[in-house]
Design a protein around this ligand. Structure first.
Ligand code: FE2
Ligand code: FE2
Length: 215
């Protein structure tokens, strides 16, 4: 959105109500494009070199595709698709970065899992370097502990497979638009302390049937 009108101030301290109303109007319009910007950013993850057998964007699509065919809801699928969005900009705290992006829109359960998936993923490799693969146990009393274990086991650690056939990015665009058009921080979306399953067997069967029919 091109700003035809501009604020009058050069120092924020000199702005008036009209200036800040104008800025708010533009920021709200800009926020509507966050979801599509994030998908573009997913593709940019592949600009950085990696020794994995699949690209970072392919890893993300594999995670989201597995979530889709597990019958997961929109929050889980968005979390699976975007959990590594911070990989190349925040390589030492990419989980925090992604959680910060997702927190206003997703259920608290999913944001918590994204925020902590780094330490939960260490279970799969930390021992190779003499590290503590059980470091995640410090969260064992957290209500979302089992969800983070399942997220990593079912979707994250499994999604480095060059033979896996992912759904395309376009498949997830409407879902991403829906998630990022939500009212930020609305209690009806954040749902504190609510746990919903990663897997919905009935929805999973329906999605698999649809995929077979479309093939
Ligand atoms: Fe990650
Ligand atoms: Fe990942």
């Amino acid at each position: 959105m091109t700003a035809e009108r501009r604020v009058k101030f050069s120092r924020m301290a000199d702005g008036d109500q009209d200036d800040f109303a104008l800025l708010d109007q533009h920021e709200r319009a800009s926020a509507k494009a966050v979801g599509q910007r994030l998908l573009a950013t997913l593709e940019m993850l592949d600009d950085a070199p990696s020794a994995y057998r699949v690209s970072r964007s392919e890893h993300s699509l594999q995670c989201a595709t597995r979530a889709w065919f597990d019958g997961a809801d929109s929050d889980w699928i968005a979390a699976a698709l975007l959990h590594d969005i911070g990989d190349i900009l925040a390589p030492y705290n990419h989980d925090e970065y992604a959680a910060a992006v997702l927190r206003p829109y997703l259920r608290e359960q999913c944001t918590w899992v994204v925020r902590h998936h780094g330490i939960f993923q260490r279970y799969y490799y930390a021992h190779q370097f003499g590290g503590d693969r059980e470091a995640r146990r410090k969260y064992r009393d957290n209500d979302y502990f089992d969800d983070a274990v399942a997220f990593c086991e079912r979707w994250d650690q499994a999604s480095f497979d060059p033979s896996f056939v992912s759904l395309p990015m376009d498949h997830f665009r409407p879902l991403v638009d829906e998630v990022f058009s939500r009212e930020p921080y609305a209690a009806c979306n954040i749902l504190p302390a609510v746990r919903l399953p990663l897997v919905d067997a009935r929805k999973a069967a329906s999605r698999r049937n649809d995929a077979v029919s479309a093939a």
